[in-house]
Each structure stands twice: as C-alpha cells, then as structure tokens.
Write a protein that binds this ligand. Sequence first.
Ligand SMILES: [Zn+2]
Length: 210
Amino acid sequence: MPGSSTKRSRRPRPQDRGPRDPRSPAGTNGRTRFIVDAMLGSLARKLRAFGFDAIYYKAGNDAGLLNAALREGRIILTADRSLAAWAKAKGVRTMVLIGDSDGERLDSLAQGATAAGVMLVRGDPLCSLCGAELRAVEKNEILGEIPKSVSRRHRLFFRCESCGQIYWRGSHWKRLMSLARRLNQKGHVIVLGRRKSRSKAREADARVAC
Ligand SMILES: [Zn+2]
C-alpha cells in the first residue's frame, strides 16, 4: 500500500475493545461514528484516514451489525437497501450509499447527510487499518522500517499507536485529500480543531495517507 510500511506489532485493535457510550453518535474526541458493512471495506479505510471513527464489520450477520450499531451509537453505512430498511425499522440510523466507486459513495454519503440534516464530524486522520490515533515520529526512529527511497523523499512520518503502521505522504495522499475536500464541500462536514494554526493544519493533512 503506497504511503505506508509493514506493521510492527499486534496490539488489540479498537474495534475489538468493549462497548462505548451508546448515547452519542460521536466517538472519541467528538468524531462521528460509523459502522460499515462487509461490502465497503475500502470505504471504511478512507473514512478512518479522513478522521472519522469507522468500524469495518466484515464478519458476522446482519443482526450482529445492527446490534453493534445500537450498542455503540454508530451510523450504519451500506449499499444494501433491504438491510437499510430493516435497520431503520429497528430505529438505527442508516445511510444507503450508491455508486460503483468510493468517490461516488462518498458523494452519496455527503448528499445523504445533507438531506437528513446530519452533521458529520471528523478529526485528525486515524490509522486506516485499525482506526487508532496516529502520532508524529522522528525519521531517525523508523529508518530501519521504511524504504530508503521513502526516507530520502519524505520528512513527516506518523505511527499508529495501536498496530504500529507507519504513514507518510505517499502516492495516495493527493487523491485522498481531493476526496476529503469533496466530502467537505458537498456535505454537512465540520472538522475538529479547524481554528488551529495553518502549520498545524498542514501537519494534520499530512497524516492523511493510506
Ligand atoms: Zn493501526
């Protein structure tokens, strides 16, 4: 995967941890919480990279998905209209995403949020693999873990605090940032900490890499 290196450790992933506060759709630090059904794995990774709290529900049945959404106060994202109708009948906030690409599905998410009056809140980019927080690391801390060509070309590096994945502004970065901007422009999206300084904002943007 461009812009990232091999994982270093196997600590428990956030989605394996216990139930969170079910009263609020906002996750850690106010982020909007999603649970993404099994057909949309690459979308879940992008949502994490954009700074949303997104679980990828790749194993289990529809009832398990619905129960997890209820327990953790998450919005279900799916392309399955019958699943969505069933979940909505059970009182679970659900959005049906249409489109053949993640870009189209993100447009669909933005339009759905606008139509429903739902404010989407994203924070600093999270690990696209596991959804945990990223922290800045010095290049000399990770020299043995990244290709030499990458260490020559890049200055900012970040490590996932849970799985150890390392990120930099790889070849995906511009495309992801373009998608993130499109989501911001088309939907009701606010970004946590928007008032931070421009240099801080650039640093946060740099972490969008998966
Ligand atoms: Zn991770």
